[in-house]
Design a protein around this ligand. Structure first.
Ligand code: RRO
Length: 304
């Protein structure tokens, strides 16, 4: 029996370690490579209704505890990206989740509809990008807008809707509750955390956008806390995301309440081998602890 298999929001994943939105998710070729490396599922780069160039360089800077990025949502737009979706679906079997953003509920809904039409198994609504004006966390931090976006997408598509939330809020669990009431089938937590780096030689911020989103080990304890709080408030599954570098980090997120995890920055640090080593480490832990399946330890820390 495959003790790593999980079903989340009606989708079957061969293991609970997915590619997170934002890294290697812009072309069919790289998405297929991630699936072949062992990922249980794929989340694409966030895609909008129209193409967008993104911010000028520098867009990424390394800091001692992770990376700060301000890519600025570069993407080819859903019409062009539909070809990539079709190509991934032709080549690999793992669930493909298209991350979607918009500047209005209508844009989210229309983009989601076109993604599903092209073959997306689910959509993940990016209401948590920390540094692009008019979208992202400006929506996810606003209960009214969040409700409007999720419910409009819900009316437009019949595939599962994941809502990716930001930790840059006072009460993430309350926002998760709002998203679920509006129709979210799962919550993804968390996106990157607003941060910046200043070059002390020039005195200037390094990123062209000045402010960006911090990912990597520094944000893992924040992700653990957010998943833990969300698990106590909502009954839908949670994808844990943020700073997972190894199987121990993944287990921690699962014990906090994540049904599956998503990996981003670890790929930049360790390459695609993480999609083999992390599931393998989870499996060994499950067996060593005497459990039959990863499902048995989801949220376990709440019951001990
Ligand atoms: O493209 C980005 O700059 C970006 C996005 Br959409 C996001 O959701 N989170 C992030 O850290 N960067």
């Amino acid at each position: 029996m495959n003790c790593l298999e999980v079903e989340v929001a009606g989708l079957k994943f061969r293991n609970p370690v997915l590619l997170a939105a934002g890294i290697l998710g812009m072309t069919a070729e790289s998405l297929i490579r991630v699936a072949e490396a062992g990922a249980g599922g794929l989340v694409t780069k966030s895609i909008g209704l129209k193409p967008r160039k993104g911010f000028p360089n520098p867009t990424v800077v390394q800091v001692s505890c992770g990376l700060i990025n301000a890519m600025g949502l570069p993407n080819p737009g859903i019409k062009t990206f539909s070809e990539e979706i079709r190509e991934v679906k032709r080549k690999v079997k793992v669930p493909l989740i298209v991350s979607v953003y918009g500047y209005s509920a209508e844009e989210f809904a229309e983009t989601a509809k076109l993604a599903v039409k092209a073959g997306a198994d689910a959509v993940e609504l990016n209401v948590s990008c920390p540094h692009v004006e008019g979208t992202g966390e400006e929506i996810g931090q606003n209960p009214e807008l969040l409700k409007e976006v999720v419910s409009k997408v819900k009316r437009r598509i019949s595939k599962p809707i994941f809502v990716k939330l930001s930790a840059n809020v006072t009460d993430i669990a309350q926002l998760a509750e709002i998203a679920v009431k509006a129709g979210a089938d799962a919550i993804t937590a968390i996106n990157t955390v607003r941060a910046m780096k200043i070059d002390i030689k020039t005195g200037r911020p390094i990123l062209a956008n000045r402010i960006g989103g911090l990912s990597g080990p520094a944000i893992k304890p924040i992700a653990v806390r957010c998943v833990y709080e969300i698990y106590e408030r909502v009954r839908v599954p949670i994808f844990g995301c943020g700073g997972i570098l190894n199987w121990r980090d993944a287990i921690e997120l699962i014990l906090a309440g994540a049904s599956a995890v998503q990996i981003g920055t670890a790929i930049a640090v360790k390459d695609l081998e993480v999609f083999r080593t992390i599931p393998k480490g989870i499996e060994k832990y499950i067996r060593r602890k005497g459990f039959g399946s990863v499902k048995e330890i989801v949220g376990l820390s709440h019951r001990l």
